[in-house]
Write a protein that binds this ligand. Structure first.
Ligand SMILES: Cc1ncc(C[n+]2csc(CCOP(=O)(O)OP(=O)(O)O)c2C)c(N)n1
Ligand code: SF4
Ligand SMILES: [Mg+2]
Length: 308
């Protein structure tokens, strides 16, 4: 029986007191424990930002990559070793600013992994500049003037890009986040989870008092759960028009932002993954993943002969 402490490390944590990132890391560790995932069967990848430090605090394989480049690196790992549970994490700047192209093209592939976006509205690590998810007209205490550009809607972007599991949760509602992360990891395909995350140091607008949440000590129920409202984003038959109808519903829901903000699963559909399709094209991969293949002593003469 693997305990919670199995997933903790001794690495010094320098996140600011009260940072929502603590809630996310706790939820990740609790999810792994509930799923009894062995640490050597898990790999966590991160971009650069406060959020990027996550792999240091979770006892599993980990790679703190480059700013905006977490998804291609996680993609490589997933393709090389399908025996791993792959979780990519990163900030809203990392994923929707510099990494926006990768965000879109990763969604199109539908690889079997999970991407968790730490959505705090700011570039935390570089002292609180507006991130792509900060709404136009908002000024946090770290900004000289209000944002003059429109925000990106991560849920709508994910649906438009092709992620087949799209959900939102909240860093301080660890129970809900844990449940959402588990559903994302268990989903067979690319799962995207937008996690609303408080940054008490630079974002004094989207605070824990502002978000509230019914399970929390601060009662300000701005967040409501989609599953409690009768909404269902699950596609029963992906070969029908239901797909477009459910995507449309999810898009409309994703623009609800203000007095009421939905959390939960916006869209979910099971279709063949990138790995399934690759196995059809490259049968050698079906029996033996890249990581188990002897790429060094393989005789490539027949291949070269074919090319000459
Ligand atoms: C190529 C490159 N450009 C810029 C930076 C500087 N930089 C480091 S973190 C960061 C933004 C972090 O914001 P976000 O991704 O939202 O993560 P957070 O710190 O909020 O978790 C930037 C611009 C960098 N490290 N590399
Ligand atoms: S700057 Fe914000 S996101 Fe970064 S550790 Fe501090 S509170 Fe957390
Ligand atoms: Mg950020």
């Amino acid at each position: 029986m693997l305990e919670l402490k199995t997933y903790r490390t001794q690495v010094h944590n320098d996140w600011c007191p009260g940072c929502g990132d603590f809630g996310i890391v706790n939820a990740i560790q609790m999810t792994f424990m509930e799923m009894q995932l062995e640490p050597h069967r898990v790999a966590i990848f991160s971009g650069i930002g406060c959020s990027g430090k996550t792999p240091h605090f979770v006892n599993a394989y980990g790679f703190h990559t480059l700013h905006g480049r977490v998804l291609p690196i996680a993609t490589g790992a997933r393709l090389a070793n399908p025996g791993l549970t792959v979780v990519a994490v990163g900030g809203d700047g990392d994923g929707l600013g510099i990494g926006a192209g990768h965000f879109v093209n990763t969604g199109r592939r539908n690889l079997d992994f999970t991407y968790v976006l730490y959505d705090n509205g700011v570039y935390g690590l570089t002292k609180g500049q507006a991130s792509p998810t900060l709404p136009k007209g908002v000024k946090t205490k770290s900004m000289a003037a209000p944002a003059i550009v429109e925000r990106v809607n991560p849920i709508a972007m994910a649906i438009a890009s092709g992620y087949t599991f799209v959900a939102r949760s909240y860093a301080l509602d660890v129970r809900h986040l844990k449940q959402t992360l588990r559903a994302a990891i268990e989903h067979r395909g690319s799962a995207f989870v937008d996690v609303l995350q408080t940054c008490p140091t630079y974002n004094d607008i989207n605070t824990k008092e502002w978000y509230g949440g019914e399970d929390l000590p601060v009662k300000a129920p701005r967040l409501y759960k989609l599953e409690d409202s009768g909404y269902s984003g699950s596609v029963a038959d992906p070969s029908t028009d239901e797909v477009n109808a459910k995507k449309g519903n999810a898009l409309v829901k994703s623009f609800e932002w203000g007095d009421k903000i939905p959390i939960g699963v916006f869209f979910k559909m099971e279709v063949p993954t990138f790995e399934d399709q690759l196995a059809l094209r490259m049968p050698a991969l079906k029996d033996k993943p890249f990581v188990e293949q002897d790429i060094y002593s393989r005789d490539i003469t027949p291949l070269l002969d074919e090319l000459t």
